[in-house]
Write a protein that binds this ligand. Structure first.
Ligand code: ATP
Length: 453
């Protein structure tokens, strides 16, 4: 069974994710991505950008500043309404989000025998504050952005004026957000610093348009996760109850994953109406309206938002890809851990091995093969391993999800062929070095590998 503990230990052992500031005892709710983690995250972000921006002609991207004028957060309602209900355990003073019933129940069990009493729920603002300025007394209080969304909306007019976009159109952004979460936990799932990948899609302010685009983006986003190999029956939509919705949302649906700690949200699709633009118009005094050339009318567009967490997606892709199976190529059916990640997401695309490290002619040839592959950007990064026996090297790559391993053996020296081993089937095939790069490339692009879940 895939437990969170197994994922956490794999991430630490192999360099996906480390606790933040670990040598100083850590900092609650912060995580550092290691050599493999940064590749996985970059691949997720690239796939998002590819499908949301490059793959269409009605969306552009921006990269707004993390630090913004505090008036932005007053106008957007975050200073007042970006709150979670907080309760405190009267026995041990640990604090929880009052609406996380499972966490509360779990905590109550930890005080077995004693009846847990909770303080009345009070509102707790999640914005993280910072101070900006060079003179101590005159430092200005600012907020680290609680969502990346506002950076897009305050630039609505700038983007409009500098492009030829017409409604409906979207602005995508990927970047860090910060929340003073009451109870960070479940590994990276609830962090205090995390990354979001979002699309703000501006439409005519009409119910029929909102319904149409809302359904469209729900479908698109769900398909995106499926196409990248997430197991279909582990994904579902859940609509927010009216009292659960964020202050800006007219409608909200989450995409949830069936994780080892329950069904959990990792992307939200929201109908924000004209909340953001009207608030910024009111607060800044700037005209945020769109001029519709066809009808000659000015209006504030409505916004359909898709807001995904890069870290939560990375975590769920890892959990979904994690398999413990028996190596089909060995008679003994040796057990192995294999990450059946979609090749597009796999941190390492190819590993190159000389069969034996103590045969200089094999090592020299293997180095040449690695160099040959290195010129193909889409095959990077390439791993190199010459330690121990070849079986262990294969398993070591399986564990991090490397789709293909190339081995240089004695036959290579005779006929310039190498073996390619497939992560999922463990089958090996001999191919000519001359066609190696194109062979691997076409296999990588063949789409998701079968995921047995
Ligand atoms: P939750 O209910 O779990 O606190 P949310 O509904 O507040 O999440 P949104 O404000 O809709 O989340 O943010 C959009 C996405 O940003 C979430 O679906 C999630 O993937 C990501 N996200 C939000 N908060 C965190 C967090 N503390 N750590 C990691 N990712 C987060």
């Amino acid at each position: 069974m895939t437990t969170l503990d197994k994922i956490v230990s794999l991430c630490k052992r192999r360099g996906f994710i480390f606790p933040g500031s670990e040598i100083y005892g850590g900092l609650g709710g912060t995580w550092d991505y290691g050599p493999l983690g940064v590749e996985l995250k970059n691949n997720i972000k690239e796939a998002f950008w590819q499908s949301t921006v490059y793959g269409r002609n009605d969306v552009v991207g921006i990269d707004a500043a993390i630090l913004m004028n505090p008036k932005v957060w007053e106008a957007s309602g975050h200073v007042k309404a970006f709150v979670d209900p907080l309760v405190e355990c009267k026995i041990c003073h640990q604090r929880f989000k009052a609406d996380q019933k499972e966490d509360l129940a779990g905590h109550e069990k930890s005080h077995q025998g004693k009846k847990t009493q909770w303080t009345p729920s009070r509102k707790f603002n999640l914005l993280v504050e910072a101070k900006l300025g060079v003179v101590e007394e005159a430092k200005q209080k600012v907020y680290l952005r609680g969502e990346i969304t506002q950076g897009v909306h305050v630039n609505f007019k700038n983007v409009l004026d500098s492009t030829r976009l017409q409604i409906p159109f979207g602005i995508a952004q990927i970047g860090k957000a910060f929340r003073n979460e009451i109870n960070p936990g479940n590994f990276t799932f609830r962090s205090r610093e995390f990354e979001q990948m979002e699309l703000q899609f501006y439409i005519k302010p009409e119910e029929s348009q909102a319904r149409k685009w809302y359904e469209y983006w729900k479908k698109e986003r769900m398909n995106w996760y499926r196409t990248l190999g997430m197991t279909e029956n582990k994904l579902r939509f859940r609509q927010h109850e009216e009292n659960e919705r964020a202050h800006y949302a007219r409608d909200a649906w989450d995409i949830e994953y069936d994780s080892p700690f329950g069904w959990k949200e990792f992307e939200g699709i929201h109908n924000r109406g004209d909340w953001d633009l009207s608030q910024h118009q009111k607060s800044s005094g700037q005209d945020m309206q769109y001029f519709d050339q066809e009808t000659g009318k000015h209006y504030l567009p409505w916004i359909i938002e898709t807001s995904g967490g890069v870290d939560r997606a990375a975590l769920f892709f890892l959990i979904d890809a994690y398999n413990e199976d028996k190596d089909p190529s060995t008679n003994s059916g040796q057990g192995r851990v294999v990450l059946k990640l979609n090749p597009k997401l796999a941190p390492v695309k190819v590993a190159v091995f000389p069969l034996l490290a103590n045969k200089p002619e094999l090592v020299k040839k293997a180095r040449l093969v690695r160099e040959l592959l290195t010129v193909n950007r889409e095959l990077l990064p390439i791993a190199w391993d010459e330690r121990g026996n070849i079986g262990k090297r294969y398993y070591s790559q399986d564990e991090i999800g490397t789709p293909y391993c190339v081995t240089i053996d004695f036959k290579t020296l005779e006929d310039d062929t190498v073996t390619i081993r497939d992560r999922d089937t463990t089958k090996q095939e001999r191919v000519k070095i001359a066609s190696l790069a194109s062979q691997i490339n076409s296999r990588l692009n063949r789409g998701p590998t079968a995921n047995s879940g």
